[in-house]
Design a protein around this ligand. Structure first.
Ligand SMILES: Cc1cc2nc3c(=O)[nH]c(=O)nc-3n(C[C@H](O)[C@H](O)[C@H](O)COP(=O)(O)OP(=O)(O)OC[C@H]3O[C@@H](n4cnc5c(N)ncnc54)[C@H](O)[C@@H]3O)c2cc1C
Length: 383
C-alpha cells in the first residue's frame, strides 16, 4: 500500500510575525501571492509588541526615509479603517524648555521643507498648552508641532494586523511554528515541510537560526536593549493628545543630524545630563488604547545584552520626563526591556539575498513600526 504525503504549498513564505514579517506578508498578498507566515511563538512577543506604538515620521532621516514613513502611516490608517484598530492621529509635540532646543527645532524646519509642507511648525508656549494639558508649563519656551505622527497600541495592533491578513487576504498564519531551515523550494518547519516560491526572513533579534553568516558579516550590526515603563490607567476619559518628547530626543533621531545647532545642545546635555547621555536615554510619551501612558527609553548596544533592568535607568527616565511633562496619574504599573537589531552606521535596514529566492529583511532598529509597511512595498516591488 502506498501512503500519500500532503505537501503544503505557497507562493511566498514569511518567517517572523513581528511588524517586519507582517508587512512583507501584506505586501506580497496585495500583489496576489498565496502567503504563509511562520511565527515561532504562540503570539508575537518580540520588539513589535514592546514599543511605544509611535508611527513617528518626523524623526526619520530626511528625504526618502521620511517619505517611506508617511507611506507606512497611510497603510496603518487603511488597516485601522478596515479593522477598527485604535490608531490616534494625535500628531506630536517636541517641547522646548531651553533656547538651544528652540534653535535646533527652528533650524530643522528651515532646512526641511517637506516637513513644513506636511504641517510641521513652531508654536508658542501658549499654543502648546492649548494642545497638550500634559506639557509642563513652567519654563516652556515653544514647541514644534507636527500633525503626521500616529499613535497605535502595539500589544493590540500586532495581533490585529495578523488577524486582518488572515481574514482579508487569506494569509495562512502559523503560530507556534519555527522555521528550522530553508532549501528552496523546501522550507522545513517544526510543524511540517512546505514548498514555496520565495521566502522573506524577518527574524528580528534571532541571528542564529537562519543564515547566521548574513548577520555575522555585518560589522555594524549590534543588538540594542531598551528599558520601558507604563503607568496605570489615567482618570476617566483623559487623553494624552499629541505624543510628547523633550530636548534629548533631538540628539537621538536622524532627522536632526544635519542641524548644526545640535552641537550646542549636545554640549549642554553632556555637561548637565551625563548619566542620561551615557545610557542613551531620551524620553518619549505615548498612550495605549485603554488610556495608559508608555514611557521610555534607554539604549545599550552590544552583540549580547543581559536581561536585567537597572532601576537607576528607570529613575533617570522618569526624572527627565518630569522636566517636560506632568501626568495626571504617574504611578508606574509595568516595566520591561525590549531588544532589537540596530545598524550603527546610519543605514535604516539590512536587506540581503543569501541565495536566490531568499531575502533577509532586518535591521530596522528603533523605527520598525514607522517604516516597515513602506519598506515592504519597496522590497516586494523590487523582486
Ligand atoms: C522598547 C522599544 C520601543 C520602540 N518604539 C518604537 C516606536 O514607537 N516606533 C517605531 O517605529 N519603532 C519602535 N521600536 C522599534 C520596533 O519595535 C522594531 O523595529 C520592530 O518591532 C522590529 O520588528 P521585527 O519584525 O524585525 O522584530 P520582532 O518584532 O522581534 O519580530 C521577529 C519575530 O520573528 C520570530 N522568529 C525569529 N526566528 C524565527 C524562526 N526561525 N521561525 C519562526 N519565527 C521566528 C520571532 O519569534 C519574532 O516574533 C521600538 C522597539 C523597542 C524594543
Amino acid at each position: 500500500m502506498t501512503t500519500m504525503t500532503t505537501v503544503n504549498r505557497a507562493d511566498t513564505a514569511v518567517v517572523g510575525g513581528g511588524i517586519v514579517g507582517l508587512a512583507h506578508a501584506l505586501a506580497a498578498a496585495k500583489r496576489g501571492d498565496r502567503v504563509v507566515l511562520f511565527e515561532r511563538d504562540d503570539f508575537a512577543v518580540g520588539a513589535s509588541i514592546r514599543n511605544f506604538g509611535m508611527i513617528w515620521s518626523i524623526g526619520q532621516q530626511r528625504g526618502a526615509i521620511y517619505e517611506r514613513a508617511l507611506r507606512s502611516r497611510e497603510i496603518w490608517l487603511e488597516i485601522a479603517a478596515k479593522t477598527g484598530l485604535w490608531a490616534a492621529q494625535s500628531g506630536s509635540l517636541h517641547l522646548a524648555h531651553h533656547p538651544d532646543e528652540v534653535a535646533v527645532l527652528e533650524e530643522f524646519l528651515a532646512i526641511t521643507p517637506p516637513a513644513r509642507e506636511r504641517g510641521a511648525r513652531m508654536i508658542t508656549a501658549r499654543e502648546t498648552l492649548e494642545r497638550s494639558t500634559t506639557a509642563r508649563a513652567d519654563g516652556l519656551l515653544a514647541a514644534m508641532w507636527s500633525p503626521t505622527e500616529l499613535n497605535v497600541d502595539p500589544r493590540r495592533a500586532i495581533p490585529a494586523v495578523a488577524a486582518h491578513l488572515a481574514a482579508e487576504y487569506g494569509v495562512d498564519i502559523r503560530f507556534g511554528t519555527t522555521v528550522r531551515g530553508i532549501n528552496l523550494p523546501g522550507v522545513s518547519t517544526t510543524a511540517g515541510d512546505w514548498e514555496v516560491g520565495r521566502v522573506f526572513v524577518c527574524s528580528g533579534n534571532d541571528f542564529e537560526t537562519l543564515y547566521p553568516e548574513v548577520f555575522a558579516s555585518q560589522r555594524h550590526l549590534m543588538r540594542c536593549k531598551l528599558q520601558m515603563l507604563r503607568t496605570g490607567p489615567q482618570p476617566d476619559g483623559w487623553q494624552l493628545g499629541p505624543m510628547l518628547c523633550g530636548g534629548l530626543t533631538l540628539l537621538h533621531y536622524a532627522a536632526f543630524d544635519d542641524c548644526e545647532s545640535k552641537e550646542r545642545l549636545a554640549a549642554r546635555m553632556a555637561d548637565q545630563m551625563p548619566f542620561h547621555r551615557e545610557n542613551g536615554i531620551h524620553v518619549l510619551l505615548s498612550q495605549t488604547a485603554d488610556g495608559r501612558l508608555t514611557i521610555g527609553d534607554s539604549h545599550a548596544y552590544a552583540k549580547t545584552l543581559d536581561p536585567f533592568e537597572s532601576e537607576e535607568i528607570n529613575r533617570a527616565i522618569v526624572d527627565y520626563l518630569g522636566t517636560f511633562a506632568q501626568l495626571p496619574n504617574p504611578e508606574i504599573t509595568e516595566r520591561w526591556a525590549g531588544y532589537y537589531p540596530s545598524l550603527r552606521d546610519g543605514r535604516t535596514d539590512l536587506i540581503a539575498e543569501p541565495e536566490p529566492g531568499v531575502t533577509v529583511v532586518n535591521g530596522v532598529g528603533g523605527a520598525g513600526m514607522t517604516l516597515s509597511f513602506g519598506l515592504a512595498e519597496e522590497v516586494i516591488a523590487g523582486r
